[in-house]
Design a protein around this ligand. Structure first.
Ligand code: NCD
Length: 359
């Protein structure tokens, strides 16, 4: 049975949900592909890897798992955290790593198509993690991998070389959403987990792929409520609103953090994604004051609430917040959690999760 039996042009026309019937667990492209059990399992596995790595013996065990595999990190949009944490995660699992970060020094600059370039990568590596400005690039890569003759042995199957999205255009950032769930789960460890929580997403919700992917994951939790705090021009797009409606997830739209700061359980800040503006590159415009997290807001936040940010941040969080020594400020821990979540993601895709849990 071939993994894919349709033309690329037809595959790209499918909705994301329909694409998932081909993608299954061969690749990781969309947050919509995860069930509650998947999310719980990823978090348990990330914790287990973290604990194992503390001992030399445990670290050696992890490093033995994928030592015969090579990863390519194909990141052609700017990235610090996602690139480095994937690279570190691969190192923890013993993978050999390569990276391609600039289209100008790849054959794409000579006119090679993305399809041919991906096909070339697949000749050398066993995993492609990619970040691309084109919303469809990761889906194209999956299709090419599914069609390619080269397969990788995973469990007792010969599978297409796995593709993981590390950020697709301004639509998807599924692994960020997984690490956000891991961080939220940890923050709510003593307050009953993510179910029943009120989560405020702040900033550029229109073009921020992190908040979009995180919104999709909310279908897996009971009685979660979302609050979108953004100026009108950056409010959440209708496709996500429709998704929330179809899953009966309540939400509201506001334009100032102040209106909900004292009632929410989590505040998820984002920066203005001005790389999508068709203006001269240069300085960054200041953030609208209504969606800046001020130090004084720490006093208004619930004692059990947490403050997240996928990072990088600019002026949307007052710098004093970083040094307030407040345990509810979790974005630097969120960053570290990302590496462990990515260890769990790669281990799961190569089916060594059970081996890790058994050690
Ligand atoms: C985010 C991204 O690239 O979408 N960064 C990240 O991966 N942590 C958020 C952003 O760039 O604002």
């Amino acid at each position: 049975m071939p993994v894919i039996d349709i033309l690329l042009s037809d595959f790209l026309k499918l909705s994301e949900v329909d694409k998932l019937s081909y993608i299954k667990d061969y690749a990781l492209l969309y947050a919509q592909q995860f069930s509650r059990k998947d999310l719980d399992d990823y978090c348990i596995l990330a914790d287990k890897c973290r604990a194992l790595f503390k001992s030399t013996e445990g670290a050696q065990k992890l490093a033995g798992l994928l030592s015969n595999r090579i990863a390519l990190n194909f990141f052609v949009q700017p990235s610090s955290r996602t690139f480095l944490s994937f690279s570190a995660a691969q190192a923890i699992l013993g993978m050999k790593r390569m990276s391609l970060r600039d289209l100008n020094i790849s054959s794409i600059s000579k006119g090679e198509s993305l399809e041919d370039s991906i096909r070339t990568f697949l000749s050398y590596v066993d995993l492609v993690v990619m970040r691309h400005f084109d919303n469809d690039a990761a889906a194209i890569a999956f299709w090419v991998a599914a069609k390619a003759a080269r397969r990788v042995s995973i469990g007792d199957e010969e599978r297409p070389i796995p593709i993981i999205s590390g950020g697709s255009g301004n639509l998807h950032h599924p692994t960020q959403a997984l690490l956000d769930i891991y961080t939220l789960g940890k923050s709510f460890n003593e307050s009953g987990g993510i179910d029943g929580k009120k989560i405020m997403l702040v900033g550029d919700l229109k073009r921020g792929r992190t908040v979009r992917s995180l919104s999709y994951l909310m279908k897996n939790y009971n009685n979660v409520e979302l609050i979108f705090a953004a100026p009108d021009q950056f409010q959440m797009k209708d496709d996500i609103i429709k998704f929330l409606d179809s899953h009966k997830i309540p939400y509201s739209k506001i334009d100032s953090i102040r209106d909900a700061i004292d009632s929410v359980d989590a505040i998820y800040m984002t920066r203005v994604q001005d790389e999508w503006d068709k203006v001269e590159k240069g300085g960054h415009p200041p953030t609208n004051d209504n969606v800046i997290f001020k130090k004084e807001y720490l006093k208004l936040m619930k004692p059990t609430a947490c403050l997240l940010h996928p990072l990088p941040k600019r002026d949307e969080i007052e710098i004093e917040v970083d040094y307030a020594d407040d345990p509810r400020v979790v974005y630097w821990r969120q960053e570290r959690n990302g590496m462990w979540m990515r260890v769990a993601i790669i281990a799961t895709i190569f089916q060594c999760d059970q081996k890790i849990l058994d050690s």
